[in-house]
Design a binder for this molecule. Structure first.
Ligand SMILES: C[S@@+](CC[C@H](N)C(=O)[O-])C[C@H]1O[C@@H](n2cnc3c(N)ncnc32)[C@H](O)[C@@H]1O
Length: 354
């Protein structure tokens, strides 16, 4: 039996914790947050305006940093301690989310390799088979990272932090059961307009090709990530696609599929213009509509308390998030006393993830 934890060690308010569970998160996520709170969060506080997760080249984080906003980034390329598939890496990501200020932004483009059209022949992902060929390690890794990214999204949401989730236009992630359920749960509890989807062109923000892209998430400004490329820009970007041997085809179901030569990988990074646009929209929203998400969470909490809304549940929830491993970790940590507050939490050394 894990010991009872002192209130000072709890990462989340009652409202955030209750809403996290009601939006369908597993209880282990609460335990992980409390572990992070007891071991390091108190050393930091809430001061981060942007968490650039799966940051890659880091265009979004850079835009915030250049404008004087505190930013944290995480990507496997930064070292194994940043690996979201590992327990320490996931704990680091939880800490990064907990550090975000209300109205802050979490931007995530989880690895799309096994979700995109070009890989479907191997991954076998489809609307009717969203987990694809579960015997393939890269497909399982794609699912694990997607599920864990969605857990972070829920945590960010109950903390009043907006999330932008990004994928290439053809990504089958839109059929992913946890994503569909999370979207439905947010809409049910926080209102229909609290979850938005937008199709956009990364080329309009400076990508070398048109790069059709889909963004989902909680920011009310997400639709403003769309900008129509001018005729001349379109022409130039299509010429670039030809040079990079990237071709667009209409598929049977009306989708645009993208096929590419070796140059395609070079287009994966967000252009600087996209980072600047996210920052601009964040800033405008903060100035004019501040703390709206937090207010919605509080209203939803009141409705849950009045028993007017039920907890979100779906079949097979989080089956790919490897929650069992995380659960074993927190249970062991509690048994070892890592959770037990011996004196004020602030006096202790922060836990080093990885
Ligand atoms: C689709 S790319 C995101 C590109 C990025 N937004 C950019 O602008 O460069 C996915 C990113 O996820 C990172 N990644 C892959 N596996 C990861 C893992 N297990 N943990 C953390 N990051 C991972 C990759 O290094 C890559 O940069």
């Amino acid at each position: 039996m894990p010991p009872r934890w002192r209130a000072s060690q709890l990462a989340l308010t009652a409202c955030a914790a209750v809403m996290l569970l009601n939006l369908g998160a597993p209880k282990t996520l609460l335990d992980l947050c409390d572990f992070v709170a007891a071991t390091s969060y108190k050393h930091y506080g809430r001061d981060v305006e942007c968490f650039d997760c799966f940051a890659g080249k880091g265009a979004v984080g850079s835009a915030f940093r250049l404008n004087g906003c505190k930013t944290v980034s995480q990507d496997l390329e930064m070292g194994p301690a940043h690996d979201l598939a590992s327990t320490p890496g996931f704990l680091r990501a939880i800490l990064n989310v907990l550090r975000c200020v209300p109205d802050g932004v979490l931007v995530m483009g989880p690895p799309c390799g096994s979700f995109v059209f070009m890989n479907l022949g191997t991954s076998r992902r489809s609307e009717h088979r969203p987990y694809g060929d579960e015997s393939l390690p890269h497909v399982e890794m794609g699912s694990l990272l997607c599920s864990r990214a969605l857990l972070l999204l829920l945590l960010a949401t109950v903390r009043g932090v907006y999330t932008v989730l990004e994928q290439p236009g053809t990504s089958t992630m839109r059929y992913y059961p946890d994503l569909k359920a999370v979207a439905a749960a947010i809409q049910k509890h926080l209102g229909g307009k609290s979850w938005l989807t937008q199709y956009m062109w990364m080329g309009a923000w400076g990508a070398p090709t048109l790069k059709p892209t889909r963004v989902w998430g909680t920011p009310p400004w997400i639709c403003n990530l769309y900008a129509k490329p001018s005729k001349s820009l379109r022409k130039k970007l299509l010429a670039n696609s030809k040079r990079l041997k990237i071709t667009f085809k209409k598929t049977k179901n009306g989708q645009t599929s993208v096929c590419g030569g070796p140059g395609l990988a070079a287009t994966a990074a967000y252009p600087d213009g996209f980072g600047r646009r996210v920052f601009e929209l964040y800033q405008m929203n903060k100035d004019h509509n501040g703390l709206q998400l937090l207010a919605k969470i509080k209203v939803a909490f009141a409705l849950v308390q009045a028993k007017k809304t039920k907890c979100a549940k779906w079949k097979g929830a989080w089956r790919k998030a490897n929650v069992a491993v995380l659960k074993r970790f927190v249970t062991k940590a509690a048994e070892k006393g890592l959770f037990q507050p011996i004196g004020p939490v602030n006096d202790r050394e922060p836990y080093t993830y990885g």
